[in-house]
Design a binder for this molecule. Structure first.
Ligand SMILES: [Zn+2]
Length: 76
């Protein structure tokens, strides 16, 4: 399993980005798959995308359920 840290970004203006978020807070992944890559919150290192395929996730912003930071994947 490879771990990649995502980049923390400012909160996107409403309607400008697809944001994935959970209503509950804590150390939960927002997405879980059967791949070989973990994506971690750039601020608190919570695993936000667990076992996903690299390149599978594009144009998505993740709101970390643990610390509330907005993250995106670098280079996409
Ligand atoms: Zn976080």
């Amino acid at each position: 399993m490879k771990n990649y840290q995502m980049e923390v970004i400012p909160e996107p203006a409403q309607g400008t980005a697809a944001i994935l978020a959970l209503n509950k807070s804590g150390q939960y992944p927002l997405m879980e798959g059967k791949g070989t890559t973990n994506y971690l919150c750039g601020a608190c290192r919570n695993v936000i995308c667990k076992s996903v395929e690299r390149g599978q996730i594009i144009n998505l912003v993740f709101k970390c359920p643990n610390c509330g930071s907005y993250n995106h994947i670098k280079g996409t």
